[in-house]
Design a binder for this molecule. Structure first.
Ligand code: NAD
Length: 244
């Protein structure tokens, strides 16, 4: 776990779930880590926390600049902040569509735009976006969420093409159903959370949910110099959901 020694990393949505596990693992791998979130007060003291809303360009720029000053640069950007949405095209309002696309897609655009000047000064620059198997799986009741993650996938490929000559690698991870506070909230809303969790486990080819640490490990690999020839790829961490 010393593959990120000497590197700096910025993780959005790093106060919970996949982002928190990623920030912790990047730190264990030797990186100096900053976390950007709506409320980063609860993050471990080993990390630097910066408050920003990825839908607000000024707050993103300010947080990225302050994080880069504190870290002494940015080598690794993990665009992980995201929100969910359930329903078919008949269920979500235009306002809900605008809101989810603003967070999940434009949030990546704003953060990357603010971080690119720092990434350009790095010897090992890379970006990892948290996408989802929803980008390609055709999940029921997830029209808006799937469209937002489909855009994240295309954006990842386009950004990889745009910045490959500058040596900036851009990849994404496609998690399946990950055991995070987000999924916990969905289960808590069910009539019988225990039965619902058992049913959810049963729908996974592996018989269990993906852990946030397993997604973090994939992000850490894609962000590391060891993945120096990997750009414009999507790595599935989905318990076999997409492939089986
Ligand atoms: P989570 O709710 O535990 O964490 C998400 C974090 O993002 C939170 O700390 C939240 O405060 C932050 N955030 C939300 N909106 C923000 C905003 N506007 N500005 C700044 N920060 C904001 O969720 P998670 O499950 O860890 O999800 C993280 C990412 O993983 C998301 O992009 C999600 O779409 C993706 N994902 C999750 C799953 C899953 O099953 N949990 C599966 C596939 C993909």
């Amino acid at each position: 776990t010393s593959t990120l020694e000497g590197l700096t990393a910025l993780v959005t949505g790093g106060a919970s779930g996949i982002g928190l596990a990623t920030a912790q693992l990047l730190g264990e791998c030797g990186a100096d880590v900053a976390v950007v979130d709506l409320d980063p007060t609860d993050i471990p003291t080993s990390m630097r926390g910066f408050t920003a809303d990825v839908t607000d360009d000024d707050s993103v720029r300010s947080a990225v600049d302050r994080a880069a000053r504190g870290l002494g640069g940015i080598d690794i950007l993990v665009n992980n902040a995201g929100i969910g949405a359930a329903g078919t095209v008949e269920d979500n309002s235009d306002e809900e569509w605008t809101r989810v696309l603003d967070v999940n897609v434009l949030g990546i655009v704003r953060t990357t735009r603010a971080a690119l000047p720092y990434l350009r000064r790095s010897a090992h620059p890379s970006v990892v976006n948290t996408c989802s198997i929803a980008a390609t799986a055709g999940l029921p009741q997830r029209a808006l969420y799937s469209a937002s993650k489909g855009a994240v996938l295309s954006l990842t490929l386009a950004m990889a093409a745009d910045h490959v000559r500058e040596g900036i690698r851009v990849n994404c991870v496609n998690p399946g159903t990950v055991d995070t506070p987000w999924v916990g909230r969905l289960l808590d809303a069910a009539a019988d959370p225990v039965a619902e969790r058992a049913a959810l486990n049963g729908r996974q080819p592996t018989g269990r949910l993906v852990t946030a640490q397993e997604v973090a490990a994939a992000i850490a690999y894609l962000a590391s110099p060891a993945a120096g020839s990997t750009t414009g790829t999507a790595l599935a961490i989905d318990g076999g959901m997409a492939g089986l």
